[in-house]
Ligand binder design. Sequence first.
Ligand code: ADP
Ligand code: MG
Length: 356
Amino acid sequence: MMSRRRLDSRSGLPAGLLGDIQTPISPEPLESLYDVTGELGRGKFAVVKRCVEKTTGKVFAAKFLRKRRRGRDCRAEVVHEMAVLELARNNPRVVNLHAAHETDHDLVLILEYAAGGEIFDLCVSEELLPEAQITRLIRQTLEGVHHLHQTNLVHLDLKPQNILLTNLSPPGDIKIVDFGLARRLGGSGELREIIGTPEYVAPEILNYEPITTATDLWSVGVIAYMLVTGESPFAGDDKQETYLNVSQVNVDYSRESFTRVSELSVDFIRKLLVKAPEDRPNAAECLSHPWLWNQQLYLSPDPVMPRPLRERSCGTKWSAQLDDREDKENFLESLHSHAKRSRLEEEAPAAGDIDV
Ligand code: ADP
Ligand code: MG
């Protein structure tokens, strides 16, 4: 993961980074307020540890972000990650930022604890999730992404390692984490040159073409594919092969694992793994795809879809299938009003620009 560095002449920040934060950064050592226990995960520049707040006994996840990386000061990047989390504060599908601390080496974000771990583990587990659970997790992911996009935020590193669960068994709700590569769209200048993780990046990123909200929708397609099949759709033997698979949209829809789910899943994934970003449905449109509201998944104990649904074609205009499942909440209503709005917004020239 890396982002190329270019300084913005006005703010002095690397292009596209946010600098405004409200959460106070405490200089007090973490250990005075929390008992730091085991490690939850780690990346190139961060370690995440489980910690317990001494006064309340509440569990949190402390993300220790190194301020110096590759020999240069990256504090601005870390503050940016905080700023994005604050902008996403009212998004129930995004992990909540509780507090922040700073040491000589690290900025430590105290985050809401997602006890169920990564949905990555569900993708690689021996036993794949039932389809009704997969569609529930994808719906929640899309709700989170829709909410982010409404705030003009793009995540740009959506992958099964960055989608966590509040509970493992039974699977709880999803929480999106890791906003290190997230950016705010709008303003002047285009956003290009952000590199995510090879297996999950969209073709426009490889081609240094403008990045838009559609870039996240590609990743949702990859995540759906992985939850359904347990396989990463573009992973090659090496990076070059992976990039080639992505840029040629070389996807295998004939895997045996697709026979255990409805054909609507393939239709859904096919519509997202499309090379031209403008041809991908947005998050709101995805949320009305019939796969995600397929009542048969709940009614039938048999994971194999009954015949009539297999034969129903799914045109470009998706018809939302309403049922009275909890997850639907009031979402569809706000969705439809937003879909109308976003169609209007799409005509504005600023879409896809980055605030510099
Ligand atoms: P990185 O930028 O290094 O990828 P992440 O924010 O993705 O850092 O965190 C790394 C890993 O730590 C995640 O993939 C997850 O396994 C774990 N983790 C991160 N945040 C939490 C959290 N709030 N609750 C539980 N585990 C977490
Ligand atoms: Mg991560």
